[in-house]
Design a protein around this ligand. Sequence first.
Ligand SMILES: [Zn+2]
Length: 304
Amino acid sequence: MKAEAEGIVSDEVRKRYNLGTHANPVFGEMYRRPATAAGAAIWAGEHLKDGGVLYSPAGGTHHGMPDHANGFCYFNDPVLAILAMREYGVRRIAYIDIDAHHPDGVEHAFATDPEVLMISVHEERRWPFKGHLEDRGVGSVFNLPVPRGFNDTEMEAIREELILPLVQAFRPEAIILQCGADAVTEDPLSRLMLSNNAHWAIVDALNGMAPRYLVLGGGGYNPWSVGRLWTGVWGTLLKREIPERLASEAEAILRQLSWPGRAAGRNPPEHWFTTLRDAPREGEFRTDVHGRLDALCARLKAWT
Ligand SMILES: [Zn+2]
């Protein structure tokens, strides 16, 4: 709050809280913006006490650490959501994270908690360079790093063979999905090649597997792909059909977006304005992805 009010931090504060750095800059809403998402997460814990579905697209800041900012995450709203649910007696919580980056802050908080199932699918050899296949925590941590070019076919196999069976076996009282939008082809920060269909299929498949369901946003650095993906999440949760062509009001909003400093922002393709759904990006189910999935499936078998 002080850094936001003053617009500057001392060297001491920078060192102690990791604020005013390249990754966690001082900016005009640096407290209010993440605090709003954190407040939503805490409120979700209360609001979901008797069950329901909530969507908090401003949330999903999964890198935040207990005493310092990390990776443009000033607070860790997924952790706060889990803690808030616990306040209302919810014990078994499944946390699934399909952002391109590994949720190091959430794993830091709950890797030793057998009542939190953690599943993360993220790009290998990418910041924060955590989330290895071998990591287990106390046995409830499942990390699946994936190579460049990760496609819809591979994600479908992971969804059907790992994510859904694990969640089912765990019998959670609540599910939290971090649905970061940075694993699609159009995103500049990853080299993964999903279409937004992959995200929506997971959003839909998890819906109803537990009495409480909280869907969060996360990363996403192309304003068009983020807006289209997360709007589609909303429609999917509401069981609405995704239209082939957007209504003119929606199209007008997409046409008003800008993306300064990016080549793709100067000449965006027409379908970024007129549709929500990407064309599917199916591809080869590569042996290295297959092998890693098999390794985790073996753990799932031993676990159930
Ligand atoms: Zn990310």
